[in-house]
Ligand binder design. Structure first.
Ligand SMILES: CC(C)(COP(=O)(O)OP(=O)(O)OC[C@H]1O[C@@H](n2cnc3c(N)ncnc32)[C@H](O)[C@@H]1OP(=O)(O)O)[C@@H](O)C(=O)NCCC(=O)NCCS
Length: 293
């Protein structure tokens, strides 16, 4: 399975200056008229650069990050350049409610990640945007779990549409998301070897999901939530559960570990142990009832 790395940052992690942007990124930022887009884009670029510096072992202090440039392809998909040369990695970005996530993996892989807030959604939204199989799953799900399931299905779609490089130009019903149940032995291991996951799965609560595109292509991925923030990631080739990065360049701007911040973003509360490929503190999922999916 392919390794995928994950970093989240919040507004609190951002330095006040923009010396970590390249000249062309600074021009682009200046051109953004809407405050939310300006803030989201800036946080997304910061998160991506910190993730890439950590993953590629590059100098990570803010002025050094100006050499790492995240350009947008005509499709809107992010592309990485280092010192003006294409970098040998693929990334995906998402921003939601003052949090940004960046997933990083091998160049050439199809990768998508997404953040969503768990909140109620209308029947009209379900009828308009979800495939028949998804609507049937939603119908069978109790009211208590429905918001979590809706966020998971919607986020899985957005991740898949990013992995397909189309975004919402494609009909959202062309990708069908399903959480993959992982039946457990008493000792916590999956019975089906196909569902068996590395230790990081059990330590970080990432759970498997699958997305089927209407042309038959299947994306495998993972989902996880802490509080009301839900994360998904899908990729092809098949990814292992995401490994949390700890970005040294961000440490100067980060609240101390353990201090409460918005949405329990993993980057702020978890400490990566690179040797064990795991995290040192783990929170339980908000809704344990989701085990049944
Ligand atoms: C991709 C998309 C579904 C994400 O929407 P969202 O959930 O509101 O936003 P998120 O924060 O989760 O993701 C946004 C990021 O997705 C990435 N993205 C955008 N289009 C993408 C695409 N076609 N393929 C892969 N990733 C894409 C970008 O990195 C973007 O952040 P950035 O613009 O700051 O670099 C949506 O932006 C979309 O459909 N975009 C394509 C259509 C479009 O309107 N394009 C505008 C012209 S470029």
């Amino acid at each position: 399975m392919m390794d995928v790395y994950w970093l989240e940052q919040t507004e609190a992690d951002l330095p006040p200056e923009n010396d970590w942007l390249s000249d062309s990124e600074a021009v682009r930022l200046d051109s953004m008229r809407f405050a939310k887009r300006h803030a989201d884009w800036r946080l997304g670029r910061w998160t991506a650069k910190c993730a890439l510096a950590a993953h590629l072992n590059l100098p990570g202090h803010p002025p050094d990050l100006a050499d790492i440039e995240i350009r947008s392809a005509p499709s809107g998909a992010p592309e990485v350049f280092i010192a003006n040369q294409p970098a040998g990695v693929a990334i995906s970005l998402s921003h939601r409610a003052g949090v940004a996530a960046c997933a990083v993996t091998l160049f050439g892989a199809d990768l998508g990640c997404d953040l969503e807030i768990i909140e109620p959604r209308s029947d009209a939204f379900i009828a308009d945007y979800f495939a028949t199989e998804e609507q049937e799953l939603i119908e069978r799900t109790s009211a208590a779990e429905r918001s979590l399931l809706l966020a998971l299905l919607w986020s899985g779609k957005e991740s898949a549409l990013k992995a397909l490089h189309t975004g919402l130009r494609l009909d959202t019903r062309s990708v069908t998301v399903s959480p993959v149940a992982a039946p457990l032995h008493g000792d916590g291991r999956a019975q089906d070897p196909a569902l068996a996951a590395p230790a990081s799965y059990w330590l970080t609560n990432w759970r498997p999901l699958q997305v089927v595109y209407e042309d038959g292509q299947i994306f495998h991925g993972w989902w996880q939530n802490t509080g009301d923030l839900l994360r998904t990631m899908v990729a092809s080739p098949r990814p292992a559960a995401p490994i949390f990065l700890q970005a040294e360049c961000c440490m100067g701007h980060r609240p101390p570990i353990g201090e409460k911040i918005n949405h329990g973003a993993p980057g702020s509360r978890r400490k990566l142990d690179r040797n064990q490929n795991s995290v040192s503190s783990v929170s339980e999922p908000a809704l344990s009832v989701a085990e049944g999916w």
